[in-house]
Ligand binder design. Sequence first.
Ligand SMILES: NC(=O)c1ccc[n+]([C@@H]2O[C@H](COP(=O)([O-])OP(=O)(O)OC[C@H]3O[C@@H](n4cnc5c(N)ncnc54)[C@H](O)[C@@H]3O)[C@@H](O)[C@H]2O)c1
Ligand SMILES: O=C(O)[C@H](O)COP(=O)(O)O
Length: 526
Amino acid sequence: MPKVIVTDPIDQAGIDILSQVAQVEVQTQLTPEQLIAAIPNYDAIMVRSGTRVTREVIEAGTRLKIIGRAGVGVDNIDVPAATKAGILVVNSPEGNTIAAAEHAIALMMALSRHIPDANASLKSGLWKRQEFVGVEVYKKTLGIVGLGRIGSHVAQIAKAMGMKLLAFDPYLAMERAEQLGVRLVDFKTLVQESDYITLHIPKTPETTHLFNAETFSLMKPTARLINCARGGLIDEQALYEAIVSGQIAGAALDVFASEPLEESPLFTLGKEVLLTPHLGASTEEAQVNVAIDVAEQIRDVLLGLPARSAVNIPGLQAEVLQNLKPYLDLAETLGNLVGQLAGDRVSQLEIRLQGDLAEKDGQPIIVAALKGLLTLALRERVNYVNASIEAKERGIRVVETRDPALKDYSGSLMLTAHGPNGIRSVSGALIGEREVRVTQIDEFPINVPPSANMLMTLHRDMPGIIGRIGTLLGAYNVNIASMQVGRKLIRGEAVMVLSLDDPLPDGIIEEVLKQPGIRDAFVVNL
Ligand SMILES: NC(=O)c1ccc[n+]([C@@H]2O[C@H](COP(=O)([O-])OP(=O)(O)OC[C@H]3O[C@@H](n4cnc5c(N)ncnc54)[C@H](O)[C@@H]3O)[C@@H](O)[C@H]2O)c1
Ligand SMILES: O=C(O)[C@H](O)COP(=O)(O)O
């Protein structure tokens, strides 16, 4: 019988489901070292945010087939390491949406009416009414950063309370915001105009410390900030200083850069700061939802069935995976690349299957392309199961075309995206049946492998331009791994793609743009 270890408090409903097919052991007090020592004995692990499933845990888990996260965020799981090890990671993208949205609203209301402090004061024997005069949310402006599942539900509740709604979400179609009665604005406008700001975005390099000293300086002195999403979105020291100096009126936080939070300058502040210990998903209902959702998936996978909310690639059925995996990698890479070229808010993605690929089932390839495109906005929340639905909700029109006659590679793929940067297209193929190559960018033929750090330029083909860019990168100590130039005509428009060993330092793009002949330059991360 397979064995499952549960290392965080999970509702009994989930344990009961797992027990149908496995021997289940609940051990919620393990140290990281104890987990590494124990994991080789288990086929599956089920966690919440309290357990860090690190690369070391994954590498020690020689029997592991699946990691189940009873919740949304998988930032405590090393998903790339699990994918590399062929271990499926599943989560419950919707099981705690309502709980988290209601907690954000509860924090907003409790902060506005000083409920925790008034309660503590009364229980200490005091009857102080004057000290706890609050503010109303009615007719106030709520700025929602991230109008996804939780942000949308917050919008619906806040609208019913008579609030005016703004949102910043660069990846969302205007139509979706309109349906919700929310005005989509740029980040600065949201920060400057809101009386309350609530965060519902993932933590990514782009969103880390989105709220910092500079952001606080733009906010109204009466504004209050709510974070029920992820720790690290707010610079907590800068928040403390902004409240002490009166730059903003207060904040309510459920999540912190370091959890469990044991010390913080915020502990020294009074009723203007409200803190809860990551309770967003802690309702009876949400815990039942996520436990059942994830336990069912673990059970199914242990029985050899597919999972419905796979975060990583092994979520596809084994035989589909085996045949198509290299093409799925190709489609995902091209989706990600064309998204970076076309800009946020792509409205249409055309997927053209060429050569032998035109004979294959296009659906998984389309899903992989959408997953690559949407990863820019949704990170681990997009998977092979939900990519099409997410694309539809974001108003992305998908067009599939086929060209079996094109035989320049045995099978190749062309993606064309309509976005704010215009209509952009990329093509790619497999070399030696596995290795991904980008073979065309817009109208320019090239041949480059994808890499984590790339610099791309659009320029005029002219003597000296390659040398100048190389010298410039050298001056910044950036090592070039490979370089390709594509052009249609001698001394005409051209594209240059450089794969780099090092990330590009700040300011270098501006320097590249100053070089004669360069029309555009941007960083691409694949
Ligand atoms: N406190 C808790 O216990 C708790 C519970 C559940 C979820 N969460 C967290 O809440 C957050 C939101 O969850 P969700 O289910 O609504 O996710 P979601 O994926 O449905 O929505 C996230 C939204 O953020 C948008 N987005 C991405 N990057 C952005 C950026 N740089 N600026 C603005 N918008 C951006 C996306 O387009 C998307 O619409 C996640 O971080 C999740 O882990 C916390
Ligand atoms: O990402 C999530 O689902 C929430 O942060 C909830 O985390 P928890 O399961 O540890 O309560």
